[in-house]
Design a protein around this ligand. Structure first.
Ligand SMILES: [Zn+2]
Length: 393
């Protein structure tokens, strides 16, 4: 690179800095925008071109200078074809629209996730992984992303953002992590070790330095992320000497988009917790007084491996012969068998018969307090039992 090229590059960088400040975008976004104005997909591509002796013409430099001088508001009134790219960058930080369809763009753990009504597009951090388009089940093929024109626009926005995220990642890493030396040696961006051969903890693949750098430290075989890549296969007895080269599926077109239909309608997972909740609710339906209500709340309910429900009812809180009919109905609805048993446990209040006299918790509470006041002893002495509570004041 001669002096002229250096000067032009540094002018472009200067313009980018000014533009970034004026439009409240990052310097990297501004560099990519300027590269876009010069016909490159991003700044890295422009740099690559300058190494192959490309330099912007004086006309192009003048255009860029005019471009960065425009206030952001002018873009909105400007020629759409020339402004699409910066528009995209200015808009896509949060929400945007394609035609009449609103979308939201987010970067989640280095993956770009774009979401609209009934669809999401995910462009993974891993450059070797295809974008994933998900649509909800049951939208009858009316989803915006099923329109190829719309999908193309949406994908290009999501991909541009992903390129920017990957650019930011590489900028944060040591240069040796993304650029192998002449022997193919690269530096792990997290561990800092140097090697020309790497191993994937996930699929046991042996990966060359060039492969792993090109793939931004994701396994080209299984897509495992940088923390799963090591310079020795410490989990193998021979440290990986016997492991074969990573299997990459050459039949997979990397630029292809993967479509998935997601059934996001609510699904019933009848686990033990939910069965117990329904059973207790049915027991409460069966309870005709406070004593039985307490019995329902106090019952031990469990579900065994055969989906049989075991209900243990406290003898003093549930009449011995009373069949919980609502419980049996609900169990039948769920296809469950019910086993009832009686237990004798520590009951919460003395004189359980008091609860049989009322269906009101406040009334019961008052009777219970009065009974303790009248017949109760000091805390270390058990109150005298009164079977039915008929001797109430
Ligand atoms: Zn792998």
């Amino acid at each position: 690179m001669d002096m002229t090229e250096t000067k032009q590059l540094s002018s472009l960088k200067f313009f980018a800095k000014r533009y970034a400040r004026a439009n409240r975008i990052t310097q990297r976004q501004a560099l990519d925008l300027i590269a876009g104005q010069l016909g490159f997909t991003n700044w890295a591509k422009l740099i690559t071109a300058t190494k192959r002796d490309w330099i912007p013409s004086p006309d192009q430099m003048a255009n860029i200078e005019a471009f960065v001088a425009l206030p952001a508001a002018a873009f909105r009134a400007g020629r759409p074809e020339a402004m699409t790219r910066q528009f995209a960058y200015l808009e896509q930080a949060e929400d945007g629209v394609i035609g009449d369809h609103a979308y939201r763009l987010q970067v989640i753990l280095h993956d770009v996730v774009m979401a609209g009504d009934g669809w999401t597009i995910k462009v993974p951090e891993n450059p070797g992984a295809p974008p994933i388009v998900e649509t909800s089940a049951g939208n009858d093929g009316k989803c915006a992303v099923l329109n190829p024109e719309f999908l193309k626009k949406a994908l290009s926005i999501a991909r541009d953002r992903a390129a920017q995220v990957r650019g930011e990642i590489s900028t944060d890493w040591p240069r040796r992590s993304t650029k192998p030396d002449k022997d193919g040696v690269v530096r792990h961006p997290l561990w800092g070790s140097d090697s020309d051969i790497w191993f994937c903890l996930h699929c046991d693949g042996k990966i060359t330095g060039r492969q792993i750098a090109q793939n931004l430290w994701h396994c080209p075989g299984c897509g495992a992320s940088p923390p799963d890549i090591f310079d020795t296969a410490f989990w193998c007895e021979d440290a990986g000497a016997s492991l074969g080269p990573v299997k990459t599926d050459s039949a997979v077109n990397r630029s292809e988009t993967e479509f998935r239909v997601v059934d996001d309608r609510p699904k019933l997972d009848l686990n033990e917790e939910k069965i117990v909740l329904l059973m207790r609710s049915a027991l409460l339906d069966d309870a005709t007084n406070i004593s039985e209500k307490l019995g329902a709340l106090h019952a031990e309910i469990s579900v065994d491996n055969e989906n049989d429900v075991w209900i243990s009812l406290e003898e003093d809180l549930w009449p011995h012969n009373k069949e919980p009919t609502q419980v049996l109905i609900v169990a039948a609805q769920l296809g469950l068998e019910v086993e009832l048993e009686t237990m004798w446990s520590a009951i919460p209040f003395a004189w359980p018969g008091l609860g049989e006299l009322t269906t009101s918790t406040s009334e019961f509470t008052q009777m219970m307090l009065d009974a303790y006041a009248q017949y109760g002893g000091s805390p270390d002495k058990k109150p005298k039992e009164s079977e039915c509570g008929c001797d109430q004041p």
